[in-house]
Design a protein. Sequence first.
Lengths: 102, 94
Amino acid sequence: MPLTPATLTRHELIGRPVRVVAASNPDLVGIAGEVVMETTRTLSVEGSTHDEPRVWQVPKGEATFEFTLTADGDTQVVTVEGEQLVARPARRTERTGDSKWR
Amino acid sequence: MPSEEQLAAERIERLRALAKAATSAGETDRARAYVRRARRVAERNRLSLPQDFKRFTCDRCDAYLKPGVNARFRTRDGHVVVTCDCGGHARYPY
Ligand SMILES: [Zn+2]
């Protein structure tokens, strides 16, 4: 079954465009780019500041993310509470009762 | 409830494509991490890896193999010999 907003939290996040919309650390808000790595508690986002490429490691638990999904030409923006993503990367797929997507 | 196995298979395919792209971009360590992640997902869901995944990854160092870039593909009598830059070999028939 293809990637939908409902399955996003259990699907692969690497390579997806993302933006941090809220975080307990104000410095993290506004970080935008592509997910390049994932650990149990963090997402690494590659973006750029002042035309310099940069990778930020954002704690999942304290941030709210906005993922952009593209399917068949149309774009969908999905907001995810980072809390829902806190899990070992390979084990996220096995969780049930997911999707509190907006 | 969407099938978990199907979701896992999609994840593996996506990680394979990401590893390939990362290798092309020169990010070989990142590619290695993606290959390892895909192997882990397959293991957890008891899925076998697709044929092209098996043939284009190194069993020894988990690199994604790109012919001429980080691996040599040579035909021998009835089989292909793949040599990774790490020194690992793999063979498959043709
Ligand atoms: Zn190797």
